[in-house]
Design a protein around this ligand. Structure first.
Ligand code: GRF
Length: 203
């Protein structure tokens, strides 16, 4: 399967997927990384794995639709079987979502549906939950609202601050996202309404 990853910054989730591909854990290959700004660490990490980087700099486009046209053109040229949003900080327009629905996934640092949107870790601390974690889900036209594929939990501790909690969750993201990508690339995920079914590993 052809995998395209979208990232915006550090790229540690992208690296987790690229590393899992390199280790033969995923029945696919990363054919491109798309970043929304120049100079990201994600781009450097892609270079280390020999993965082509496409910088579609959000700030140079006069309108969101011009940005999306460039983005969808690049996606179509890469012909992905799976689009992975790995720390991608832009909201995708409905045109792109519709074109890739069912084969676009996202990783979010909370147990959805709790704490969608930005600063999920800070939201969790402010609410006072005792458990948080991360969610890999199929992307639909809502915000962090598509069918859930995988979740992993972490404890929220007394002296946590958003940074400490984010680090604890990030370690689980690096397990959950590659696992979800591997399941998708082995055709073991089925979406039935809102639920995602994992088929047995018949290998
Ligand atoms: C991750 O916590 C991800 O869940 C969130 O933003 C962060 C990106 O981290 N969307 P990285 O760029 O993958 O290191």
């Amino acid at each position: 399967k052809r995998i395209v990853v979208l990232a915006s910054g550090r790229g540690s989730n992208f690296l987790a997927v690229a590393s899992a591909v390199s280790r033969g854990m995923i029945n696919g290959r990363c054919v491109g990384l798309i970043v929304d700004r120049p100079g990201t660490l994600a781009a450097v990490r892609a270079g280390e794995h020999g993965i082509p980087v496409f910088t579609i700099d959000y700030s140079v486009f006069s309108t969101k639709s011009a940005y999306e046209e460039e983005l969808i053109g690049t996606l179509r040229s890469l012909a992905p079987d799976l689009v992975v949003l790995a720390g991608y900080m832009k909201i995708l327009g409905s045109g792109i979502i519709r074109e890739y629905v069912g084969r676009i996934i996202n990783i979010h640092p909370s147990l959805l549906p709790s704490f969608p949107g930005l600063d999920a870790q800070g939201q969790a601390l402010a609410y006072g939950v005792k458990v948080s974690g991360c969610t890999v889900h199929f992307v639909d036209e809502g915000t962090d609202s598509g069918p859930v594929i995988l979740q992993r939990c972490v404890p929220v501790l007394e002296d946590d601050d958003p940074g400490i909690l984010a680090e604890r969750i990030l370690a689980e993201e690096h397990i959950a996202l590659p696992e979800a990508v591997a399941l998708f690339c082995s055709d073991r995920l089925r979406i039935l309404g809102r639920t995602v079914i994992r088929l047995p590993d018949d290998s």
